[in-house]
Design a protein around this ligand. Structure first.
Ligand SMILES: [Ca+2]
Ligand SMILES: [Ca+2]
Length: 107
């Protein structure tokens, strides 16, 4: 039974669900996430990630991730983000100057 999801994580799920079948296929998943994580997220191995698996995956990530304990002055994880200004991919681990990251959505 599909219940109306709440929260931004659920919004992202709906955005990634391109064919709106309430499941994320491998192709939909890899539009934003790594293919190796798809296998971790697809707990029952049926080849799609449903909303329950999606939530489980992010709970797991929160528990395991070092993102939670990041604070000022600590080394940043090895991730790259695309600059909104010029589209250039910036590896955060290689940024040497003090940097403030602002997360949000835009249209
Ligand atoms: Ca889908
Ligand atoms: Ca599944």
């Amino acid at each position: 039974m599909w219940r109306q999801p709440v929260g931004e994580l659920a919004d992202l799920y709906l955005e990634l669900d391109l064919n709106e079948d309430k499941e994320l296929s491998f192709k939909e998943w890899t539009g934003m996430f790594r293919d190796i994580d798809f296998k971790r997220a697809d707990r029952d191995g049926d080849g799609v990630v449903n909303l329950a698996e999606w939530k489980n995956f992010f709970q797991f990530i929160r528990r395991e991730s070092s993102f939670n304990i990041l604070g000022p002055g600590q080394p940043i994880p090895n991730i790259s983000l695309k600059s909104l200004q010029d589209g250039v991919l910036v590896n955060l681990a290689e940024v040497k100057r003090h940097t403030v990251l602002v997360f949000g959505s835009y249209t």
